[in-house]
Write a protein that binds this ligand. Structure first.
Ligand SMILES: NC(=O)CC[C@H](N)C(=O)O
Length: 378
């Protein structure tokens, strides 16, 4: 049941009951397990445009966090029998075990076209007893939920206690090169691994970390992750980032982290009509002229001028330019500061799932930390 009264019927999939959230569509043909375990999808009902879902089952290794975060799951044709040597459980069983309500047999093309025309909106999935009500009652329940605009969710999905990811656990056989403090706003497990593979030790800190917590790990660089909710609510992290930037330590942000850098520099953020979600999103790196196919999941974007560089509204941070744009709709997909060592992208270079075109961004951050260390020692 969608907020505007349009409804679709299907079969119960996963757990039975009620799921409420923002209906959004994701266009990845593969990678459904990484999608449902991405904490950025908290409080969203995800519609998969790929018609066959669940074909390769689920396994322990491919989860991007400790649980499934999608609030509900909408598919066309759910695989009855998974076929893959790595499969441990069917997707249906996994959704049910984690209490996630889904629906299959839905005309997902029609749902997607509707969301594309009318925008992402509040929705509900109802099965079993919870469905045994009038449409008007279901619609009322859909409409009373809080909307995604204004939702503060990063603290809800973040960890309680810090942990460390060591390069030695990911194929690095020398001494670690650098240490990074990574704020977990909904971090995916592949992100620290991409650092560790490059010899970077990562201290993952809760979303509530203070400047003192960050400085306690003596970092060569600071990182802010992806995460769910409206970036306009991330005032604490914006303040933290301004303090971090004032210390001159290099910074890299992805997705929510890009929106926080945008806000720290003084730009606003806004809600996109239906967002970008999938692993096939074309982005232009304006500095090199190269196009990369990226993994994305965002419903908000930074409002910064495309013709730059410009002086940041928070002028003490100097000049900034929009480094990357979406080739589908010219939305800001990256920011680069010219006077301080800070940059960010709106997409997911850790690519889990997704193409590896954007891996160079992790190297760019390592280079930035190296340059900054050199400058200190000279
Ligand atoms: N993946 C993300 O970090 C998403 C950021 C933010 N929640 C958005 O929807 O735009």
């Amino acid at each position: 049941m969608l907020e505007d009264g349009r409804s679709f019927r299907g079969r119960s999939y996963g757990a039975t009951g009620t799921a409420l959230g923002e209906a959004v569509f994701a266009t990845g043909m593969t990678g459904y397990q990484e999608t449902i375990t991405d904490p950025s999808y908290a409080r969203q009902l995800v519609v998969q445009t790929a018609p066959h879902i669940g074909n390769t089952g689920t396994n322990t290794d491919d989860a991007e966090s400790r649980r499934i975060w999608v609030a509900g799951y909408i598919v066309r044709d759910a695989a009855r029998r998974p076929s893959n040597w790595r499969s441990e459980r069917t997707l249906d069983e996994e959704l049910e075990a984690q209490g996630v309500v889904g629906i299959s047999g839905v005309d997902t093309r029609a749902v997607t076209r509707h969301l594309r025309e009318r925008g992402a909106m509040k929705a509900g999935i109802f099965s079993g007893e919870s469905a045994a009500r009038t449409d008007a009652e279901l619609l009322a329940e859909v409409r009373v939920q809080e909307s995604m605009a204004g939702a503060r969710l990063a603290e809800e999905v973040s960890i309680d206690a810090a942990y460390t990811v060591e390069p030695s656990a990911h194929g690095w056989d020398k001494e670690p090169l650098f240490t990074v403090a990574a704020l977990d706003l909904g971090i995916k497990s592949m992100t620290p691994v991409r650092f560790a593979e490059r010899g970077v030790r990562v201290h993952v800190l809760p979303a509530s970390a203070t400047l003192a917590d960050v400085q306690a790990v003596n970092p060569d660089g600071v990182f802010m992750s992806n995460g769910p909710g409206d970036p306009a609510t991330a005032d604490d992290q914006v303040k933290l980032l301004r303090d971090v930037l004032d210390t001159g330590v290099p910074f890299f942000g992805i997705c929510f982290g890009n929106q926080i850098l945008g806000r720290a520099l003084g730009f606003g953020t806004y809600k996109l009509p239906y967002g970008h979600r999938g692993i096939n999103q074309p982005v232009l790196d304006r500095r090199t002229g190269k196009v990369e196919i990226t993994s994305q999941n965002h419903g908000f974007a930074v409002d910064a001028p495309l013709d730059g560089p410009v002086t940041a509204p928070e002028a003490r941070f100097g000049q900034v330019e929009v480094s990357h744009i979406s080739l589908n709709d010219n939305v800001v997909e990256g920011l680069a500061c010219l006077d301080i060592p800070a940059f960010s992208v709106q997409y997911h270079p850790e690519a889990a799932a997704g193409p590896h075109d954007s891996a160079y961004l992790f190297d760019r951050f390592v280079d930035l930390m190296a340059a900054s260390k050199n400058k200190e020692s000279n």
